[in-house]
Design a protein around this ligand. Sequence first.
Ligand code: KG4
Ligand code: ZN
Length: 344
Amino acid sequence: MRVLGIETSCDETGVAVYDSEAGLLAHLLHSQAAMHAEYGGVVPELASRDHVRKLVPLLDEVLIRGGRRGRGGIDGIAYTAGPGLVGALLVGAAVGRSLAFAWRVPSVAVNHMEGHLLAPMLEPDGPEFPFLALLVSGGHTQLVAVDGVGEYRMLGESLDDAAGEAFDKTATLLGLPYPGGPELAALAEAGDPDRFRFPRPMTDRPGLDFSFSGLKTFAMNTINDSPGDPETRAAIARAFEEAVVDTLVIKCRRALEHTGLERLVVSGGVSANRRLRLSMGALADELSISVHYPRLAFCTDNGAMVAYAGCQRLLAGAEEPLAFGALARWPLDSLGPPGAGLKD
Ligand code: KG4
Ligand code: ZN
């Protein structure tokens, strides 16, 4: 089955063609980051308008690259229907649902976090079920026990800021441009690891939930109490990054021990972080388990993960009515296995 995937949940317009036999045939991405940088964060109305401008030309191009112009053997369409910015989501949903209607093929509403969760399966050495997934993106930090597509048990999540959000907000405090996560990570590379020590929030009590907003406040106080020279800023970035990474590793270790799972998936934008990958690799070696990530280009938002997740559901017979929608919030553990469709 050949599936066209569409991602417009936030500030990236992503499209892809995935074939269940041949694998990923083509993918394209337009990032709005430069447009939003001027405002220090995503402006929802501007995001929607830019998806409107970019989506159809990108679709035209990805279909050419993935085979032929136009329908070109597409058997189904997958679009992100949530969670995310509703105006932005509706652009992808309306285009995706309408194309499916015109082409007389089924379409499926994909949960964005399910896309992230399954993204490592696009790789040749991707994980088999079951596995533990740590989802670390700009909007979510979640630990999920995964038994199969749609079979998700939420073990823990952030009670306040997501890991990526904490990276971005701390980066802003350090005067770095939006989106700050990768910028902060780059600054941290040169930072003295012994100069500051930040707390590891919620690790001294049992449980698998996270809280990162205190870390951001800790960073703010440290910045205010310290000189603003480049070495100090780098050392603060380093201490912050190490605190986030350590906290994520501590909770992953706990969840692996608790569930007995032998495969770990780390996915979402923050899974691109080099130091996080190093530490998770060390944890995996120590516990003799395997760890899987998406390729770097598919850690952050993209159309390929949506095409892949949608393909799994379409193969299982999922099909939607003509009426479509988008959900700002759409918990992963409300999904159910393929065939369940969009619930609200
Ligand atoms: O998954 P994603 O593209 O969007 C959401 O679904 O939210 O994740 C974006 C987040 C941003 O907060 C960004 O700063 C963060 O991922 N990020 C990173 C790195 N690359 C992206 N954070 C830390 N280190 C990185 N290398
Ligand atoms: Zn995302």
